[in-house]
Design a protein around this ligand. Structure first.
Ligand code: ZN
Ligand code: ZN
Length: 320
C-alpha cells in the first residue's frame, strides 16, 4: 500500500485555497517528498506530517513553482530542525537550479546543516528496497530532464498457515525463513521448501506520479494499468492551445491518458485558479469517471485496484 498526501495542488502561483506543488508518498517507514514549491514547509506542519524522516526529495523538473520551497526548508533546518541527511533527486537541469538556490542564496559558503546530497537521476530504477521500487521515467515538458515517478510494490507470495500446520512446522524463525523464500531443515531432519507453504504470486500496488507534462502519448507505456495515476491538469479543453503552448495538459487530455493506459484511478493536481474545481472534475469525469481533483491536505491510500480517501492520521509527536 502507498499513501499520498497532497501538500500543494496549485499551478504556477498559489491561490487562497491551494499551495504550490508538493506531495508526500509514504510506504511503511519510507517517505518521499515529491517537489517542494514555495510554502511547502508550512504545509508540512499544517498537514500534521512533520519533518521526521522526510529526507528524500524527488524533483519532477526545475520550474520555480516546484523547487523554491527547498530554500525555506533548508533555512529552517539550519536553525531548528535536526535531520541527519537530505537527498534531493532530479534531472541535471533541475539540480543545477537547486544547486544555485541552495549554495548561492541559502548557504553562501556556510556548511549545509546535514549531509546534503544532490543526486542526478536518469530514467530507470532509483530505489530498490525489500518490497518496493521507485522508477523514474522521462516526461516531456518545457526544459530537459523532466521525470515522472512510478512506485511499485514487488509481487509477493502469501504464506499459507494451514499448509504449514499440515507439515507441523513450528511457529517462529522457520516460518519466517520460508516467507523469505529460503528452504529450511526441521529438527526431525525434514527439508521444507518455500513452494510447499507459499501461495500464488500476487502482483503489488502500482502508483505513478507525473508532474508538469505537455504530451500524453509517450506516457502510455510508463503508467500502463497503474492502480492510481496522479497527474497535472493545468488547463481545460477550451484553452487547449494555451495548454499546448506552455506544455501542460487539459483535464480532458489527462482523462484520455487514463483511458488509453488502462489505469484504475486518476487524481488531478496542479490546478489553475482560472477555473472552478467542479468544472475541471466534470471535464475529466465525462471521459474517465474514476477521476478526482486533489485539494491541499487530501490523503489517499492506494492499494491493488483501490484508491481510498482517508482522514489523515496526525502524529502529534511529529508536529513541532
Ligand atoms: Zn508547475
Ligand atoms: Zn513546469
Amino acid at each position: 500500500m502507498f499513501e499520498i498526501v497532497f501538500l500543494g495542488t496549485s499551478a504556477s502561483a498559489p491561490s487562497v485555497h491551494r499551495g504550490l506543488s508538493s506531495q508526500v508518498v509514504i510506504h511503511d517507514e519510507f517517505r518521499f517528498l515529491i517537489d517542494c514549491g514555495e510554502g511547502t514547509q508550512r504545509q508540512i506542519l499544517q498537514s500534521g506530517l512533520g519533518f521526521k524522516r522526510l529526507n528524500r526529495v524527488l524533483i519532477t523538473h526545475g520550474h520555480l513553482d516546484h523547487i523554491l520551497g527547498l530554500a525555506g526548508l533548508l533555512s529552517t533546518f539550519m536553525r531548528w530542525e535536526t535531520i541527519d541527511k537530505l537527498e534531493i533527486y532530479g534531472g541535471q537541469w533541475a539540480l543545477d537550479r537547486i544547486n544555485d538556490l541552495i549554495y548561492g542564496i541559502v548557504l553562501r559558503g556556510a556548511k549545509p546543516p546535514m549531509d546534503l546530497q544532490l543526486l542526478q537521476i536518469k530514467a530507470g530504477t532509483i530505489f530498490d528496497e525489500d518490497d518496493f521500487t521507485v522508477t523514474a521515467f522521462p516526461v516531456w515538458h518545457r526544459g530537459p530532464d523532466c521525470f515522472g515517478y512510478l512506485f511499485e510494490e514487488k509481487t509477493r507470495r502469501p504464506f499459507l498457515p494451514e499448509k504449514a500446520d499440515e507439515l507441523s512446522i513450528p511457529p517462529g524463525p522457520w516460518r519466517r525463513d520460508l516467507v523469505n523464500r529460503k528452504s529450511i531443515t526441521l529438527l526431525d531432519g525434514r527439508v521444507i521448501h518455500p513452494d510447499q507453504v507459499l501461495g500464488e504470486e500476487r502482483p503489488g500496488t502500482r502508483m505513478a506520479h507525473v508532474g508538469d507534462v505537455g504530451r500524453i502519448d509517450e506516457l502510455e507505456q510508463a503508467v500502463h494499468e497503474v492502480d492510481t495515476l496522479i497527474i497535472e491538469a493545468t488547463y481545460m479543453q477550451e484553452e487547449v492551445e494555451m495548454a499546448d503552448k506552455f506544455a501542460h495538459l487539459t483535464a480532458r487530455q489527462a482523462a484520455e491518458l487514463a483511458v488509453s493506459a488502462g489505469v484504475k484511478h486518476l487524481i488531478l493536481t496542479h490546478i489553475s485558479r482560472r477555473y472552478r474545481e467542479r468544472d475541471v472534475l466534470a471535464e475529466a469525469q465525462a471521459i474517465f469517471p474514476n477521476s478526482i481533483v486533489a485539494r491541499d491536505f487530501d490523503a489517499f491510500q492506494v492499494r491493488r485496484g483501490e484508491c481510498v480517501k482517508v482522514e489523515q492520521v496526525r502524529d502529534a509527536t511529529n508536529t513541532k
